[in-house]
Unconditional design. Structure first.
Length: 84
């Protein structure tokens, strides 16, 4: 209930957030630490030192085999058009 900018106020006041009516058992600091650790792990796997070992669309992230070179170029062009 309410608007999006008042949603984190209970967390800032020491309360707990709710997700679909169920109380989340973590405070703001714990949630931020979990998110930071998860994103750091994913980014460390994606940004490997060797260009061939980097995890980009394809491989484990493309179980249906939809990451062709043609679609990658279309996605880049679509992103550039969206930025204009």
């Amino acid at each position: 209930q309410g608007d999006w900018y008042s949603a984190p106020l209970p967390l800032l006041e020491g309360g707990h957030s709710q997700y679909m009516g169920a109380e989340v058992p973590f405070d703001l600091g714990t949630l931020l630490a979990i998110e930071f650790a998860a994103m750091a792990g994913v980014e460390s796997l994606r940004g490997g030192a060797d260009a061939e070992k980097r995890i980009y669309p394809g491989g484990a992230f493309d179980p249906m085999g939809m990451a062709s070179d043609e679609k990658k170029v279309k996605e880049i062009k679509n992103g550039r058009l969206a930025m204009v």
